[in-house]
Structure formats: C-alpha cells, structure tokens
Design a protein around this ligand. Sequence first.
Ligand SMILES: [Ca+2]
Length: 214
Amino acid sequence: MSSHRFALGAFCLSAFLLTSPRGFGQALTNASFESGMAGWETFGEGWRTSGSASETDSDAHSGTLGIVNDVKENDKDEWRGVTQAVEAKRGMLYSASAWIRTLNAKNAECFLEFQFVDKDGKIISFQQSEPVTEDQPFTQLHIGPVEPPKLTRTLLLRGIVHVTKQADADTDFFIFDDFELSVTNKSSKSKSDGKTISRADRIRQSQRSRETGL
Ligand SMILES: [Ca+2]
C-alpha cells in the first residue's frame, strides 16, 4: 500500500476513536520484545532477542531489545516466523506494522503475514505484505487493512523470514521490533486495500509451511 493511503486511513481512524487514550491500537503483548520472547511463539531456526551494539548498530528500534533471525550457512529451515495470536471478528478491519532492519540480506527475504483461524484452529485464509529483499535501516512495514473472513476467531500476526537460496558464509540478519496492531470498524473506512497480496509462488510455499506456523 502506498504511504499516502495509509496516512489518510490513519488520520480517519484517529478521528474516529479520539476518546481512546491508546488511539486505535489493539494491545499486543510485549510488542517491543523488552520482555524477551514473552507473548510470542517462533518456528524455524535462528531466532534470538538482541540489544544494542552501539547507537548506530542497534537491534532495538525502541527500548533495549528487538528480535533477530540469523540466516546462516548450513541452516535447514527455509521458513521461520515469530507469531502472536489475538481475537478477531467480522465487521472490523485489521492493520499491522513492524519496524524492520535488515543487514546482509542476500539469501532471504522477510514480510508480515496475517493468518485467519477458525474456532477449531483451522486456517481459513491469509494475507501478506510486500517483502523486504534488500538491506535497510529500521523502516516500518505495513499490512492491511483487511476484514477477517467468515468464521474467524483468531488472527495470527506473523513476521516471516523466507530463505530463498542456500545461505553463504556471511550471516543474514533480519531484525523486527515494535509490532503494532490497529483495529477499526469497517464502516469507518470505505474499502479494504488489496495491494498487500503478493506473489502467488510465495503464497503457495507459505501454505506448505502452515503446520509449523501454528
Ligand atoms: Ca524493543
């Protein structure tokens, strides 16, 4: 989605929920990883929390910790993820973001994903952000807004790292911090932005990794 459209949407939502002291955000647990991995589940190898090497080389966007995925030579896992589950329902629009820094990102990419899950734990559908494929300083990546499909009970907010080729000797670093989840009434926004749907091949591969993603 374009930043312009997001900025416009954020303005409307802020006006809509002006009475909330936390704005329109829905509370995530330990969204900034200051309590380590608490509230989050991971799958795949290479996850750790990490602090600041220096002011200019920090794995924390805010506070003292972020979560890092290392992609190393001889690693086995093509798919890695950090996940938090929240309640979700029809009639609401869900958006999320995370601050992502990448370093030496040559052998993998990362993106955000929503998975919509029914009461039996079955995945009904999912949506992905655009991928980050090159090195960048901490930059906010967005997904949504999207309305959950029928029968949704749970939304899984996921940061995904996808290893796209055999890693070389130089470790790739994918660093996430400060996740945010925003929820608003569908009626307060004219339509959902569908541009976060990404390449079909990546979606198919993600589908194959679903069992490990829960
Ligand atoms: Ca942090």
